[in-house]
Write a new protein. Structure first.
Length: 236
């Protein structure tokens, strides 16, 4: 191993790896938040009384969780641009080349995957809320909006946080797959650096430590969030 290759500046790749780590975090955070939005939306469909809405959510979670994430990336990468060009041609008569930005492509791909898993986590958390608490709130005349914000949301957050923490870890690690489309994150930077210096072990080992550091720090954050969400809860 040649650690001199990891210094910052023109003589090393330290600053490039740091920028790759920042890009990884940016994609992971945006994808995770997008996944939460997808999760809340499709979880509400799964909990709907309408069969058609439940079927739509079932198709989404089944398809996204049933095919490899790398395949999802390829489908969005190649299909997204084609869809945009088709829309531009049909609506505006524009026949030029249009493609999705790499960051948006990566965020959408990872967000779709995170959303499918978040859907099941949030659905399970909603079902875990004791029905008696909702009935008691109705009995004392609490409005639907108050029941939602004071009873349902805090309870769902407490039950869902452990599962959503796992979804975050999965999302963070899946960002490594978007290196195949050319987005310069940790794995892409490590690959370019290893090819340039002929020291693959050095840079892939550094990449492993960067991922381990990011996941460890974020895991501590989720553990603290779980403790905060469980304030006042008595365990028998």
């Amino acid at each position: 191993m040649d650690f001199s290759l990891l210094v910052f500046g023109d003589d090393g790749w330290g600053d490039e790896m740091l920028r790759g780590a920042l890009m990884t975090m940016a994609v992971a955070v945006c994808s995770y938040l997008l996944g939460i939005v997808f999760g809340v939306f499709f979880a509400s469909l799964k909990l709907s009384r309408l069969v058609a809405l439940r079927s739509i959510a079932d198709v989404y979670t089944t398809v996204v969780r049933g095919i490899p994430e790398l395949l999802v990336i390829y489908l969005v990468f190649f299909g997204g641009g084609a869809l945009l060009r088709s829309i531009a041609s049909g609506l505006f008569g524009y026949d030029g080349y249009i493609d999705l930005p790499l960051f948006v492509t990566g965020m959408l791909c990872i967000g779709l995957s995170a959303g499918a898993f978040s859907t099941e986590v949030i659905r399970g958390a909603v079902l875990a809320v004791p029905v008696g608490q909702i009935e008691a709130a109705k009995a004392i005349g609490m409005s639907a909006s108050k029941r939602f914000w004071r009873i349902l949301v805090p309870q769902v957050a407490r039950f869902a946080l452990p599962g959503l923490g796992n979804v975050w870890q999965l999302t963070l690690k899946e960002t490594s797959l978007i290196s195949v489309i050319g987005l310069v994150e940790i794995m892409r930077t490590a690959g370019v650096a290893s090819g340039s210096t002929k020291e693959p072990f050095t840079f892939y080992l550094l990449a492993a430590f960067l991922y381990l550091g990011l996941t460890s720090i974020s895991n501590r954050g989720f553990l603290r969030a779980e403790v905060w969400a469980s304030k006042g809860v008595r365990y028998s």
